[in-house]
Design a protein around this ligand. Structure first.
Ligand code: BG6
Length: 493
């Protein structure tokens, strides 16, 4: 499907996100025939670029970051790109945008879809939204959409305020809050896997599942984003959005259908049924960490407090591990352990569902090599796979069991290329499908859940930071969090 004529404005047109993610994504959509026949991409920014100069700059990045490699058909694609020298604070900008939309509409002979993508710092969100409305750019709720990059709010209060402001200007159907994890192929497959197969549902509950782990670790440090990150930390940067969304996909009830609101209703149910933390729970069930310097792949890397833009005595966590409970019939008593961190030993995002052990052991002691309970391992990246860990009899004349994997992996199964998360999500915005975007109440519910931890950590500074070295699996207390319950973090080899 393609949408009708579309004009796509990008605020923050000269930023990294535009050149590394948005333009390469739109370009790939174009190559694969998903872009509308008639479209314009208008990058907004203060730099005095001509269209031609700007297109040239983009090409360098597209060659570097696009999955389709060296640009083909760049000339025909880039003709659709314009640079609009502008200033988000200046009313003139919005007047000019209005005129641009009018003349595009005139040529197209119809009212176009108008998308406003805010790839800018959150402090500009309100100004831009208010001006768009004031200049009647979003007057038609079925044709105009506004997309927000994260972070959506800095805490519960600011998220509520922003939602309130936006709901006074737009309908919820016009608002697209991005969580790029929801555009990932393997993340989208979680619902397909759960709800297009009949054998999982009967065992997908507290009767069969012992615990769940969601681990999203990165080798990267904060790089040149120290300024932003030091005010955020792992809870705000990763848990509030990406990781809680993954948790919702694993834990949600079956929606009635795949409609945006049906899916999002079931997700917000999960967030609402998660047990809120008391101050004692924070002590007991939440672990924070900050990396110190170390060696990664033969290179010395700085500690977090030595990174550019980071305060020397920073109390910001670059690692978090939390044990949650979901208080409903399906999940009563099943712990959900989450962890995320920067400068970790491996970059991988993996969800592990560990099933309960067999009720009675018939095989004699000593007949198993490394007994493991059944696990379903959903690997989101870099490996894209689902594995079911089973016990099997090792071939041979004696009865020896060992754990084996039944594997579905994308590489071996499909020959088609996997689209980037942003391709999927940008296409959805053009088609007007909000299923994979965060609704306002979801964002607030996620903030609400985390606020006790965020507040406790802000008030009580850590005395042990830095407490894990680069290239490790995080602080020891994160291992202890599971060990206490008789578990350990699972990692793919
Ligand atoms: C972003 C965070 O939202 O997600 C980054 O701000 C993080 O800190 C990134 O590195 C991880 O995304 P991905 O797609 O590389 O797993």
């Amino acid at each position: 499907t393609q949408s009708g004529p579309t004009i796509f404005f990008i605020f923050g047109g000269t930023g990294d996100l535009t050149s590394r993610k948005l333009i390469p994504a739109l370009y790939n959509l174009f190559l694969e025939g998903w872009m509308p026949e008639n479209f314009q991409i208008v990058a907004m920014g203060r730099t005095q670029f001509t269209d031609e100069k700007f297109r040239g700059e983009l090409l360098t990045d597209v060659n570097k970051f696009s999955r389709s490699g060296e640009a083909k058909q760049w000339d025909s694609f880039s003709q659709h790109i314009h640079f609009h020298v502008s200033d988000v604070q200046d009313p003139k900008t919005y007047k000019e945008m209005y005129e641009r939309v009018q003349s595009f509409a005139q040529v197209a002979g119809t009212e176009p879809n108008v998308i406003f993508y805010l790839a800018v710092a959150p402090r500009f969100f309100a100004t831009i939204a208010e001006n768009l409305a004031a200049y009647k750019l979003t007057a038609n709720p079925t044709k105009s959409r506004i997309v927000f990059e994260k972070p959506f709010g800095h805490d519960l209060e600011s998220a509520k305020e922003l939602n309130k402001l936006l709901s006074g200007i737009f309908t919820e159907k016009q608002i697209y809050r991005i969580d790029h994890y929801l555009g990932k192929e393997t993340v989208q497959n979680i619902l397909a896997f759960r709800f297009a197969n009949s054998i999982l549902e009967p065992i997908w509950n507290r009767n069969y599942i012992e615990h769940v782990q969601i681990s999203v670790t990165e080798q990267l440090g904060v790089g040149d984003r120290g300024g932003y990150y030091d005010d955020s930390g792992a809870l705000r940067d990763m848990v509030q959005n990406h990781i809680l969304q993954l948790l919702c996909l694993v834990a949600m009830e079956a929606p009635v259908n795949f409609g945006a609101d049906d899916v999002r209703n079931r997700k917000v149910d999960v967030l609402n049924s998660m047990r809120k933390f008391s101050p004692e729970d924070v002590q007991k069930n939440a672990v924070r960490g900050q990396y110190s310097k170390g060696w990664m792949q033969g290179q010395e890397v700085p500690g977090y407090r030595e990174e550019k833009g980071v305060k020397k005595e920073s109390n910001t966590e670059t690692f978090a591990a939390i044990k949650f409970f979901i208080d409903n019939w399906r999940w009563h008593g099943v712990p959900f352990y989450l962890r995320t961190g920067k400068r970790m030993h491996q970059s991988s995002s993996v969800i592990t569902i560990q099933f309960k052990d067999v009720p009675h052991q018939i095989f004699p002691t000593g007949s198993s090599e490394g007994w493991q309970q059944n696990k379903l391992i959903i690997s989101i990246q870099p490996e894209m796979s689902i594995r079911l860990k089973m016990q099997a009899k090792r071939p041979g004349l004696d009865m020896i069991l060992n754990p084996v994997d039944m594997i579905f992996d994308y590489k071996g199964t499909y020959t088609t290329e996997t689209p980037e998360a942003y391709e999927t999500l940008l296409l959805d915005t053009m088609l007007g499908d909000q299923t994979h975007f965060m609704r306002g109440d979801q964002v607030e519910a996620a903030w609400e859940l985390l606020m006790p931890i965020i507040n406790a950590w802000a008030t009580k500074k850590s005395t042990s930071f830095p407490n894990y070295s680069a290239d490790s699996w995080g602080p020891e207390s994160a291992d202890a969090l599971l060990a206490r319950d008789g578990f350990h973090w699972f990692t793919l080899p």
